[in-house]
Design a protein around this ligand. Sequence first.
Ligand code: HEC
Ligand code: HEC
Length: 460
Amino acid sequence: MVRKKNLLAVGIACFITVFSMCRKAQPFNDTGYDSRLSGGQATVFDASSKAFTHMIAGLVGTDLNAHERGDVAFEQTFVSAPAPVFGGLGPVFNNVSCISCHHNDGKGTPTAGTVTSSLLLRITNGLTDEHGGPAGVDGYGGQVQDVALFGIQPEAHWDIVYAEVPVTYPDGSTASLRKPTYNMQNAYKAISGGYFISPRLAPPVFGLGLLENIPEGTIASFADEADKDGDGIRGHVNYVYNPQTKQTEIGRFGLKANTPTIMVQVATAYQQDMGVTSMVRPQEASWGQAQCAGISGDNYDLPDSTLRAVAFYVKTLAVPARRDVEDAEVKRGEALFTQINCSGCHRTTVQTGMDVNVPALSNQRIHPYTDLLVHDMGDGLADGYTDFLANGREWRTTPLWGIGLFEKTNGTPYYLHDGRARSIEEAILWHGGEATNTKNKFMQLNKTDRNAVIRFLRSL
Ligand code: HEC
Ligand code: HEC
């Protein structure tokens, strides 16, 4: 009896949901375009905590199989070698699986010095390596691994201290930003000479197949290095080394557009974040450390097929559809977003190129809210860390699609490259450098309009 009642309640709830969805579903504007489709055909309708975890439509056969195998490997906790599968973790690493940093395929949480950390710190001596990338620090390489297998010392731990910095709007409203300081602790080896660090929080991993498919010429056309239009926004492409092709290519991934392809990104994650070597990144992250000298780097830890499957999995994760696109406040916020020129960097509409193998990623009109360029974001966000052509004040424009779902996918959401911002508002207030004009215009809006901009972002 109780059971029947519950079913009835569920039935009614479903009916109401469907009914209200039907009522709200008037997505077609005058041009007949469905503005909910942030990822074109590669869009999925789910606004739950699993919104970022879905496969694009249309995968069959070996593609479907590769995506599914990649999914399993992405969620798999790796163990130390020897193990028949998913072995090779460490000896030093930051975390034990992809999913433990990319929560629900989304963003991480900025804790440091714990095994659950999804914040990592890159390190450089300030020089460039033979490929024009950041040179590592003796005994540490390019990333500080804060966890290690039994019997080995983690390279170091990080202590993060936040200081509150008050901000006042022209209309007298106030906000508070927290400025982080990172202190290295328990370093396993003293660092001789100066060094620069770059704290980075795991970003979401969906929609990347679309971003990989934007023609290079399109991205380059967004750059305005000489600021010819005088809006203060310049931006430039980052060109980076691809260890697979051994060539310099356009950078698209990573928080400074410091990685050329999904494949290289995934292989680097395995190597640097988990200590798992592969054909693309054959050298252990602990290479050159006396304490790990006995650990053989002869064999790749990861089979090529697994590497390919995980890269394909990431490439074929769909973009969540927008919600509330016909809401009046959302629409006003959307207009303001363009009016105050947030769209000068967060490009609203981009066309992807051809991908004959994956139609849902091919020739799609998408709304990623990024230009994939790097921009000077001012002193407040600067880390002093140069990554190929991106200098210590520059960051890649963050794609904003899905940002309104971070509360669902993460519980407590954090924003910006190191998770210092606790709200979308705080993230905007941190903007400086090339974004100063736009940030000031945002601050000069009245509270109703500022809320509309944020409401719009929450619809993404
Ligand atoms: C310790 C936390 C951590 C782990 C573990 C981790 N990642 Fe990441 N991931 C990051 C960070 C931080 C970045 C940004 C890197 C950069 O700026 O170079 C990133 C970036 C990425 C990106 C690029 C996203 C973008 O928008 O450019 C992809 C794809 C990715 N990771 C996939 C993976 C895969 C696959 C695994 C497992 C093999 C993995 N990650 C494991 C922290 C992590
Ligand atoms: C000059 C280019 C530029 C302009 C203009 C700009 N942004 Fe950004 N935006 C960026 C970059 C670069 C980042 C990443 C900064 C970082 O992580 O340190 C970013 C990050 C963000 C984030 C955080 C995203 C996340 O997932 O963490 C939000 C929200 C955001 N911008 C909104 C806006 C809004 C709203 C405006 C207009 C008021 C705006 N931006 C104008 C370049 C720009």
